[in-house]
Ligand binder design. Structure first.
Ligand SMILES: [Zn+2]
Ligand SMILES: [Zn+2]
Length: 249
């Protein structure tokens, strides 16, 4: 399994940047996890958009879905060009709520909504995917995703506050992609659906994750200051998200 960081910033992309999006490739399957602002431009540096087998969306906040509409437009053009078949719309696995936003994921012959929840077991090519609701947002669900292929496990934590029940969902994952929205100096007085960098490192350490990717970062943070606050994670390699970073599991 090869993971490539296409976007990791939040809540908006820095110059030339992108908000969350991660490309996951196996020998047989190409998946995009979240589709934030600027993600399609980054994806296009690696492969044509019509080669995706599926898109998985964690939730409907703008920083995770901003490029979905232009992906749908792009796929319509490629349909006309014969690059994709009209009887095989791109499946978009996403929460069913809010319903009006979920409904917009089915668009002509380009894309098709497949609603998921915590009970869903999805197979795309050689990848098995399950879901965990995280502590995030104001009532509508946000789902972390556990992807298994070739004996390896990737957990994408999406957006999550400190009350997410990670164990056993993320225990001993080969890679845990975990948000670290706040450096300590920006930590809010009350938790509100996000983690600090330090909390992300503590969670990954407590779950004995074999490697960690800290993401969902304010564009002005430096890699050095993020890494300095992640030092409680010692089990394996700690990656700090940057554009084009590739991690092979
Ligand atoms: Zn969010
Ligand atoms: Zn977010």
């Amino acid at each position: 399994m090869l993971v490539t960081v296409l976007g990791f910033q939040s809540p908006y992309p820095g110059p030339g940047g992108a908000t969350p999006g991660y490309l996951v490739q196996t020998d047989h399957t190409t998946l995009l996890l979240d589709c934030g602002s600027g993600v399609l431009a980054k994806l296009g540096e690696l492969l044509p958009i019509y080669e995706l087998d599926a898109l998985l969306l964690s939730h409907f906040h703008h920083d995770h879905v901003a490029d979905v509409g232009v992906l749908q437009y792009g796929l319509m053009v490629h349909l006309r060009e014969g690059d994709r078949s009209p009887d095989q719309p791109l499946p978009i696995y996403a929460p069913g709520q809010p319903a009006e936003k979920a409904a917009g994921l089915t668009y002509r012959e380009a894309t098709r909504l497949v609603p998921v929840d915590e009970k869903s077991q999805v197979t795309v090519g050689d990848v098995q995917i399950s879901f965990l609701r995280t502590d995030h947002g104001d009532g509508d669900p946000c789902y972390a995703m556990r992807l298994e292929a070739g004996g390896k496990t990737l957990v994408y934590g999406a957006d999550s506050g400190p009350n997410t029940m990670w164990d056993p969902f993320a225990r001993q994952a080969d890679l845990f992609i975990c948000e670290g929205t706040f450096l300590e100096r920006y930590k809010p007085a009350e938790p509100h659906g996000h983690l600090t960098v330090r909390q992300a490192a503590q969670v990954a350490e407590s779950l004995a994750c074999r490697s960690l990717l800290i993401t969902h970062l304010w564009p002005a943070y430096t890699e050095e200051e993020v890494r300095a606050e992640a030092d409680v994670y010692r089990t394996g390699t700690c990656h700090i998200a940057r554009f084009g970073l590739q991690i092979r599991l």
